[in-house]
Structure formats: structure tokens, C-alpha cells
Ligand binder design. Sequence first.
Ligand code: SF4
Length: 196
Amino acid sequence: MLPLMEEFYTIQGEGYHTGTAAYFIRIGGCDVGCHWCDVKESWHANLHPPTQVDTIVLNTKKYSNIAVITGGEPLMWDMDHLTKSLQNKNIKTFIETSGAYKLSGIWDWICLSPKKMKLPLQEVSDAANELKVIIFNKTDFKFAEEQALKVHENCQLFLQAEWSNRDKMTPLIVDYVMKNPKWKISIQTHKYLNIP
Ligand code: SF4
């Protein structure tokens, strides 16, 4: 059983898989405490109904062969059963995580979005396919470079403006990426498209 906050079929709006249709599984529970978090409703796991993994897998299979497990912070829970069950049904398993908790589960893609308040464990940085750093203010560029030193050389590097501050930070990100082209820009396209 996992505390399921919501599940929905949509288009991945940000990061490496932008534009890809996928089934999103949002697991409740997060104690990282980002002040700009746009899913604060997810923080308290006990507000979200414990749901059988098999039910989640059956629901996913109706819509997609790609599952994006997000939160909240999904690694607060043991992801082994869910990811194995999804893969047994030929569903690819992608995760969005802050990396603050021990890595569990079998993943086809790990998107690490590290947070200053609770730094990622090295084992998650080691396994990350994608590093997506949220830029809320100028000091976040330095944080992004520190985190980039912790991932492997093939990890895809993205900078993404924090949504409420995007008008201010996007021009700085554009400038930064042009000067440091190992980074790419991630844009929250789903918010412009008005989809979940
Ligand atoms: S890690 Fe994610 S879910 Fe948790 S507080 Fe930060 S933005 Fe919100």
C-alpha cells in the first residue's frame, strides 16, 4: 500500500522527457520543506488514501507504458514493489526525487531535483540520469554547479526557473546556459499549456 495523492495521464511538461505522454503517480509525504513548493498538499502522507500497488499498476496500464512516480518525495517509501510490478507489465519507471532518502526501486530514468534544505544522498546522485535544479535566486547557480560535480558525466543537466520567480530568473538562466552550455533550460511547459 502507498499513500496515493493523485494519478493522472498527461504530458510530461519539464526536463529531459518534455512532451512525452505518461501516467503520473503522485505519492503523498514530503518533509523537505521547500518554501516555494507548488504541491504543499502532498506533504502529509496521512491525508492520502493507502492504495494497493496492484490497483495503481492496473490503472497505469490502461493509459500508458510510462509511469512517472512523483510526490511529495516518493523515496520516503520503499519503491521496490511498485517499480517491479510496473516493469512486469512492460511499463517504464521514471522518478522525480529530491534524493534526500535512500534509493529504492528499479528505475528506467531517475530525475534528481536536489534541494538545499535536505541535500541528496550520494547514492541517488550516482544513479541520476538527469539533474534538474530549480533556480529561485542567483545563489542557486552555485548550488547547481556543486550538485553537478556529484553526478556522473553522462547525466543530463537542466536549470529550471521556479515558477513564481520565472520572469526574473529566466533571462539569467538564458544567459547562464549560453555561457555554460553543458546545462540546458527546462521550462514548465505544462503550466503554459494549462494541463496538469
Ligand atoms: S521536495 Fe518537492 S514536494 Fe517536497 S517540499 Fe520540495 S518541491 Fe515540495
